[in-house]
Design a protein around this ligand. Structure first.
Ligand SMILES: *[C@@H]1O[C@H](CO)[C@@H](O)[C@H](O)[C@H]1NC(C)=O
Ligand SMILES: *[C@@H]1O[C@H](CO)[C@@H](O)[C@H](O)[C@H]1NC(C)=O
Ligand SMILES: *[C@@H]1O[C@H](CO)[C@@H](O)[C@H](O)[C@H]1NC(C)=O
Ligand SMILES: *[C@@H]1O[C@H](CO)[C@@H](O)[C@H](O)[C@H]1NC(C)=O
Ligand SMILES: *[C@@H]1O[C@H](CO)[C@@H](O)[C@H](O)[C@H]1NC(C)=O
Ligand SMILES: *[C@@H]1O[C@H](CO)[C@@H](O)[C@H](O)[C@H]1NC(C)=O
Ligand SMILES: *[C@@H]1O[C@H](CO)[C@@H](O)[C@H](O)[C@H]1NC(C)=O
Ligand SMILES: *[C@@H]1O[C@H](CO)[C@@H](O)[C@H](O)[C@H]1NC(C)=O
Ligand SMILES: *[C@@H]1O[C@H](CO)[C@@H](O)[C@H](O)[C@H]1NC(C)=O
Ligand SMILES: *[C@@H]1O[C@H](CO)[C@@H](O)[C@H](O)[C@H]1NC(C)=O
Ligand SMILES: *[C@@H]1O[C@H](CO)[C@@H](O)[C@H](O)[C@H]1NC(C)=O
Ligand SMILES: *[C@@H]1O[C@H](CO)[C@@H](O)[C@H](O)[C@H]1NC(C)=O
Length: 493
């Protein structure tokens, strides 16, 4: 019996020694020790006495190596809390670490720098703080580094751009990084995704990033970047998504903007201090689906560049200084008739005059949002605007429009917000307004409407805001028609 025990003990020990099982086994147990919260009991299988560690939840091993070594750890979305143990550095054969969408806090262990085989590291959506350890630059096989949505601080290590030639995805968005974008990132010639969104980065966008010839997604929105957008970035013809929204960028767009962007589908430049005109070459970026140029200082007439963009979905030009005084200046609106997927169009708060083009009524029947407010459009509201049967919001406020509210306005079944405020409109409110059963806001203050508001408005059960102020309604009848209903809304009369 004693002999048998000795034998067993010897066999076990020799197995442990011969197989060097200890390193990975102990490293995993130490990792488990760092986990203080495991609501789904995912790590309860992590017990060598009953299950080999290669069969533990989330652990993968090499199939051919002896002894078996851990090659991947995938513990995403398990609600794990605690810290990431530095012992992970002893998993020296590991290639992939996926710990995203958990509650890990503490720091990113510098010991990751020992993992020379590491190709994939995803720690996004945790609560990690501290800095990005420079040692990560030792992981020269790294292809993916994602630290999105943590609470990391400090600057982006210059070294990442110097020693990680295989990096394809660098995702550092939604942290609290400060400092500048290192120009060394321009060395990462395999990079397809660069996300630095939502940090506190300052300084310029380095021209060196123009060397990233495989870049598909460029996201630096929500920082404090200044200077101009290096024109060379628009030479990267692999780009599909380009966003610099909400920075302090100035300067104008290069004349050749769209000439080399055959794949670009999303262009977000809103919320900066960009000026100058929209280059005519944008028409060559015919795959564009989303164009956001709002809240800048763009000026001049908008060129008719959209007609070849069959997939255009959203065009937001609001809050700029675009100009127009006649039909020719507004011909870009005619060019939008071709865009059969258009769902949102805003040119609100610009310097646009002239008569509203009739082509508006031929816009996509998919259109849901139409903002033309706060310009100085004149003339009448185009007859047939009710063709836009999918509209949720129609805003003509703050112009010089004359004539009446189109008599078939009640035929737009999903209309929720309708504004004609601050124009020179006259006549009565059509009684079919009562067909707009989804209407939540109806604003017509500051016009010359007369008569009374129609009694059909009692059908508008969703209405929360009715603004009739400053018109020439017959007060008594209007009050009567309003009081007849059980409205729970705010109104000014
Ligand atoms: C893991 O479990 C499977 C079946 O449950 C078994 O065939 C395999 O040998 C186990 N692997 C190790 C390394 O123990
Ligand atoms: C790695 O393993 C060695 C030997 O087992 C041990 O001495 C060391 O503390 C381990 N390192 C970490 C960071 O756990
Ligand atoms: C990694 O690189 C740093 C400097 O970049 C160096 O000091 C360190 O010794 C290297 N090795 C490891 C395992 O971090
Ligand atoms: C990292 O994890 C998140 C969340 O699981 C996932 O959405 C994302 O695609 C991963 N990042 C990369 C670059 O694979
Ligand atoms: C950014 O991170 C915060 C928590 O740090 C989170 O609440 C927020 O949803 C994240 N934003 C995005 C866009 O992921
Ligand atoms: C990386 O880029 C920097 C700055 O752009 C440059 O000085 C450096 O020589 C480059 N290093 C490598 C290894 O390419
Ligand atoms: C950008 O901002 C930094 C301070 O954050 C300032 O030193 C620099 O002069 C600015 N550069 C430009 C081009 O405006
Ligand atoms: C873009 O590429 C063309 C040649 O393909 C070159 O002539 C031009 O100078 C480049 N633009 C910039 C800003 O580098
Ligand atoms: C669009 O591209 C074609 C071919 O490259 C070129 O001839 C044309 O001038 C470009 N159009 C604009 C407006 O840049
Ligand atoms: C609209 O599309 C047709 C065919 O797709 C094209 O011939 C026409 O030039 C386009 N119109 C505009 C204004 O771009
Ligand atoms: C609107 O479309 C109709 C039918 O396709 C066409 O006959 C009409 O000329 C178009 N009107 C405008 C202003 O584009
Ligand atoms: C719309 O309103 C008018 C006038 O109130 C009414 O005659 C008509 O039947 C209504 N149409 C629908 C589709 O409800």
């Amino acid at each position: 019996m004693f002999f048998f025990y000795l034998l067993l003990s010897f066999m076990l020990t020799s197995t442990l020694l011969a197989n060097k099982i200890t390193d990975d086994h102990l490293a995993l147990l130490a990792f488990k020790n760092g986990v203080t919260s495991d609501p789904s009991g995912a790590l309860s299988s992590w017990n060598i006495e009953t299950v080999h560690f290669c069969n533990w939840t989330g652990v993968s091993c090499s199939s051919h190596k002896h002894p078996k070594r851990v090659t991947a750890l995938d513990l995403s979305t398990l609600g794990l809390g605690g810290f990431i143990s530095p012992s992970i550095a002893n998993l020296s054969f590991i290639q992939s670490i996926e710990l995203s969408i958990n509650g890990f806090s503490g720091e990113v262990p510098p010991e990751f720098g020992f993992l020379h085989r590491l190709q994939y590291l995803n720690l996004s959506f945790n609560a990690l703080h501290g800095v990005v350890p420079v040692n990560l630059a030792n992981c020269s096989k790294l292809r993916v580094l994602s630290l999105f949505s943590n609470q990391l601080t400090g600057s982006i290590p210059v070294e990442l751009g110097q020693t990680l030639p295989k990096l394809e995805k660098l995702v550092l968005g939604n942290n609290s990084f400060t400092g500048v974008i290192p120009s060394s990132i321009g060395n990462l010639s395999s990079l397809t995704l660069l996300s630095l969104t939502l940090n506190n980065l300052q300084g310029i966008i380095p021209e060196e990033l123009g060397r990233l010839s495989k870049l598909i997604t460029f996201l630096v929105a929500g920082n404090s970047l200044n200077g101009s957008i290096p024109p060379v970035l628009f030479n990267i013809s692999s780009l599909i998504l380009f966003s610099v929204t909400s920075n302090e960028l100035d300067g104008s767009l290069p004349p050749s903007l769209g000439a080399k962007l055959p794949k670009l589908t999303k262009l977000f430049l809103g919320g900066n201090k960009l000026s100058g005109t929209i280059p005519a070459s944008l028409s060559n970026a015919s795959m564009l689906q989303t164009i956001g140029l709002s809240k800048n200082k763009f000026s001049g007439t908008v060129p008719p560049v959209f007609g070849g963009m069959n997939g255009l979905f959203l065009l937001n030009l609001e809050r700029n200084q675009f100009q127009a005084s006649d039909a020719k200046d507004l011909s870009y609106i005619d060019s939008l008739v071709n865009c059969s997927n258009l769902q949102a169009f805003s040119i609100a708060s610009n310097d646009l005059g002239g008569v509203l083009p009739q082509s508006l009524t031929n816009f996509s029947k998919e259109l849901r949002f139409l903002f033309l407010d706060y310009n100085h459009f004149s003339g009448i509201i185009p007859h047939g605007i009710e063709n836009l049967i999918s509209l949720n919001i129609m805003n003509f406020g703050g112009n010089d429009l004359t004539g009446q509210i189109p008599e078939h306005i009640g035929n737009i079944p999903m209309l929720q917000i309708l504004s004609f405020e601050d124009n020179k409109l006259t006549g009565n409110i059509p009684s079919n307004i009562g067909n707009l059963t989804q209407l939540a806001e109806f604003r017509i203050s500051g016009n010359k409407f007369e008569g009374t508001i129609p009694s059909t408005m009692k059908n508008l059960h969703q209405l929360t805001t009715l603004d009739l102020y400053d018109n020439s309604f017959r007060a008594r009848d209007t009050r009567r028609n309003l009081l007849a209903n059980n409205y729970h809304f705010v109104f000014w009369i």
